[in-house]
Design a protein around this ligand. Structure first.
Ligand code: NDP
Ligand code: 8X3
Length: 252
């Protein structure tokens, strides 16, 4: 039986790569994001499967609810939700950060992910099957200067996923989080408000993870047998690890 995956933030980066790999494996797709031209492009590209494309800003609860209510019969039963839509905005210390950026990250990474999950869960529970894969980040576990609200939103993703698993005990619905480190996509261009030079500097001299790397891991998570739940998968490129604690040597 053909399975159906709903990917949020399918217009770029990890989400687009996920759409591609699942299409190649024969899954039908529901793809969403704000850029309709790119969604239409996905429909044209993945002709071998049924692709339902919906323009949706996950920050808007009514848009998310309309997306789920409006799913055509062919795509009505979502077997897998990839809660991927998200962003970082800014990397300044908290005391210099823009409150508007913080609000957008909370509205997208936390509230948007909640809205989509809440709208799709009842049908998964009713069917006694389904899988939710949430896109976390190493920033949710490991602090770094400038990570402030972004990292905190991803910490929410990790704990929300754990708590979902506790609530869904006995329902057959699976929940996993994937927590990537440095990965090259449009992420840094967005983070630095379109400043490509600053974005490119993030990856300079490195071999970062790619969207395909992440999509392959997401597919692996989804492809485990139905009795197996991978709770959390943290992944970094080899070029990335931890630094020392910062110590202020002018503190006496
Ligand atoms: P991209 O910027 O390439 O992709 C982000 C996607 O999210 C786009 O498709 C964008 O679509 C969508 N999106 C953003 N805001 C909204 C919104 N309000 N409503 C609907 N869709 C939205 O970045 P990545 O692929 O790298 O990021 C994907 C996820 O992975 C994010 O959650 C990010 O935090 C996380 N992540 C990224 C890492 C990295 O280093 N790249 C590492 C760890 C985690 P559109 O603009 O069309 O709406
Ligand atoms: C993105 C990875 O390290 O830039 O979530 O926060 S990091």
């Amino acid at each position: 039986m053909t399975q159906t995956v709903l990917v949020t933030g399918a217009t770029s980066g990890f989400g687009r790569a996920c759409a591609e790999i699942f299409a190649k494996k024969g899954w039908d797709l529901v793809v969403c994001g704000r850029r309709m031209d790119r969604l239409k492009d996905l429909q044209k590209t993945f002709k071998q499967v049924a692709v339902h494309a919906v323009q949706c800003d996950v920050r808007e609860r009514t848009q998310v609810e309309a997306l789920v209510k409006g799913l055509p019969k062919s795509h009505g039963d979502i077997d897998l939700l990839i809660n991927n839509a998200g962003l970082a905005l800014g990397m300044k210390p908290a005391q210099d950060a823009k409150l508007e950026d913080w609000e957008i990250m909370v509205d997208t990474n936390i509230k948007g992910l909640m809205y989509v999950t809440h709208a799709l869960l009842p049908n998964m529970v009713r069917r006694g099957r389904g899988h939710i894969i949430n896109m976390g980040s190493i920033a949710g576990s490991w602090p770094y200067p400038g990570g402030n609200t972004y990292g905190a939103t991803k910490a929410f993703v990790g704990q929300f996923s754990n708590n979902l698993r506790a609530d869904l005990h006995g329902t057959g619905v699976r929940v996993s989080t994937i927590e990537p480190g440095l990965a090259e996509s449009e992420f840094s261009v967005v983070r630095f408000h379109g400043d490509r030079k600053q974005a490119d500097a993030v990856y300079e001299g490195t071999e970062p993870l790619t969207p395909v790397d992440i999509a392959e891991m997401v597919y692996w998570l989804a492809d485990r047998p139905a009795h197996v739940n991978i709770n959390r998968l943290e992944v970094m490129p080899v070029c990335q690890s931890w630094g020392p604690f910062s110590i202020n040597r002018n503190s006496v």
